[in-house]
Design a protein around this ligand. Structure first.
Ligand code: DX5
Ligand code: ZN
Length: 231
């Protein structure tokens, strides 16, 4: 498999212009986005508010791309059905604060959707040990969740390597995704550490040259670095 097929870009609409959301997502799709990342925040789990299921419902009408829903909310179980009905294709749920993660993951699977588990910067890779065989992806937060436009935390790179090793050992089909501060400089570092899915908000939607140019150059910078550590 070629590296460009392995590298997947997931533009995060948190950094989009909400007045032109449909247009921006359509442009991202045309530029080769693999999925659209939707950040859901409740003001409790993270100190910020963002969007809910109605946004997913509107996006469902303008894109055929998978809609990936990052649940930064206190009790994700309460909202899964609503997001599925709106058109979510996959869910990213946090390990932190979820005392029944296995139940949440099982529920997502029962609903016929892909399930991913997310770990924050201070959470060790080892917490994934028991859940890893059950999930389709692991998301390593490369910033503390809650806000776009933050700086990539380089301290997470060694954890990405650990997660990649664990995944290759017990569930090679599982994707390793990174989220936060991913740009032309940090994306290749995460790729070299073993990530293959890259969430990017401000480096795509905030680029002065536009979404297409931003995505082309992000992808070009990442391709070639993916899997360096694994080789
Ligand atoms: C942060 C969110 C990210 C955010 C990334 O809590 O989970 O998805 O949109 O934004 P950038 O790419 O600007 O760091
Ligand atoms: Zn996110």
């Amino acid at each position: 498999m070629k590296n460009e097929e392995v590298v997947k870009l997931a533009p995060s609409i948190l950094a989009a212009d909400f007045a032109r959301l449909g247009e921006q997502v359509a442009e991202a799709q045309k530029a080769g986005a693999d999925r659209i990342h939707v950040d859901v925040m409740d003001g409790h789990f993270v100190p910020n508010l963002s969007m809910g299921a109605p946004v997913v419902q509107s996006l469902r009408r303008v894109t055929s791309l998978p809609l990936e829903t990052h649940m930064m909310i206190t009790n994700p179980d309460l909202f899964l059905e609503e997001f599925v009905a709106a058109g979510s294709d996959s869910f990213l749920v946090h390990w932190e604060g979820n005392y029944n993660l296995d139940r949440t993951v099982r529920r997502i699977k029962e609903l016929g959707k892909r399930a991913g588990v997310v770990i924050n910067p201070a959470t060790p890779a080892s917490v994934l040990e028991e859940i890893l065989t059950e999930v389709d992806l692991v998301l390593v937060m490369t910033v503390n969740p809650g806000f776009g436009h933050q700086h990539f935390l380089h301290s997470t790179l060694s954890k990405i390597q650990r997660v990649r090793r664990m995944v290759d050992e017990v569930n090679p089909r599982c994707e390793v995704e990174v989220d936060g501060g991913v740009d032309e400089e940090t994306g290749p570092l995460a790729a070299a550490a073993g990530a293959n899915v890259f969430v990017a908000g401000s480096s795509i939607f905030g680029d002065k040259e536009g979404v297409t140019t931003a995505m082309d150059s992000l992808r070009a910078n990442i391709v070639g670095r993916q899997g360096v550590v694994r080789a």
